[in-house]
Design a protein around this ligand. Structure first.
Ligand code: SF4
Length: 266
């Protein structure tokens, strides 16, 4: 059994992991999205120019992993180029946190893998259309995300890893085992369930078993403040490096941002 000190030592010795926020928009509309301020995200992440991405990558060579994230990274046309840069700079693990919808186009998924992307974290929140789309509030997102899983599963023979992230809410909590079996059946290597963190929409809403959302009475009573080590969503383009366990894009649950460094590029 792993002790607390073992875990602490493992985290302490963990190599740096670089997150680069490149997605200024998202084609989903999740009820719990931590990026509720879509306009702020657009302003912030639009400032992450290709030049800044390059600067970030060059500044952190030696990191264990570079992960393209925030908003929906696959909406960024230069993503394959960024992956190529990362590979040429020697990053061994190159990943993306995505809702997976664009990966339903196998040719696009294969182009990313060919450029050097070798780990995909795909957000999926249910094993049925009703459950998933009730949370993403985006028609047909279930079919596309599942097709995205299947695309990456086909690429696993080239060394690509397939992980998923499921944000647990009142609605999908009773179906965790079904979700796990469903995802494993689609070739997922690592299924991660994340506890929702009170950020963005999750700070102002919560999901009831009936499937409707309402203002959280706790949220309305309590004035919340941004943790000092968490980057603001609006403002200059940011990226952050961290030493900690893998972070799911949509989720927030593990996002303690220990060791966060907010950086400004050129
Ligand atoms: S949680 Fe992720 S997939 Fe959902 S709206 Fe937010 S950024 Fe998009």
């Amino acid at each position: 059994m792993t002790s607390g000190s073992d875990i602490a030592a493992r985290i302490e010795n963990q190599a740096e992991r670089l997150h680069v926020s490149i997605g200024a928009v998202c084609n989903n509309n999740c009820i719990f999205c931590m990026e509720e301020d879509r306009e702020g995200r657009y302003v912030n992440n639009s400032a992450m120019t290709a030049e800044r991405v390059r600067w970030m990558l060059e500044s952190h060579t030696g990191a264990e992993e570079v992960c393209f994230t925030s908003g929906e990274p696959t909406t960024r046309p230069e993503l394959p180029d960024f992956v190529t840069w990362a590979r040429s700079l020697g990053y061994r693990r190159i990943s993306v946190m995505t809702n997976g919808r664009r990966l339903s186009h196998l040719a696009y998924a294969a182009a990313l893998a060919k450029a050097g992307m070798n780990r995909f974290y795909i957000s999926i929140h249910g094993h049925t259309k009703k459950l998933h789309e009730g949370l993403t509030r985006t028609p047909d997102s279930f079919e596309q995300t599942v097709a995205g899983l299947d695309s990456i599963a086909k690429l696993k023979r080239f060394g690509v890893e397939l992980h998923t992230s499921t944000v647990i809410t009142d609605r999908n909590l009773p179906h965790m085992l079904d979700i796990y079996r469903f995802l494993r059946g689609h070739g997922v290597d690592q299924v991660v369930f994340n506890v929702m963190q009170a950020n963005g929409r999750a700070d102002t809403r919560r999901v009831r078993p009936s499937g409707t959302a309402r203002r959280s009475s706790a949220a309305s009573r309590t004035k919340r403040t941004r943790p000092a080590n968490r980057p603001r969503q609006a403002g200059p383009a940011t990226a952050w490096a961290e030493r900690r366990a893998p972070l799911a894009k949509t989720s927030p649950a593990v996002a303690t941002f220990a060791g966060t460094a907010t950086e400004r590029g050129p």
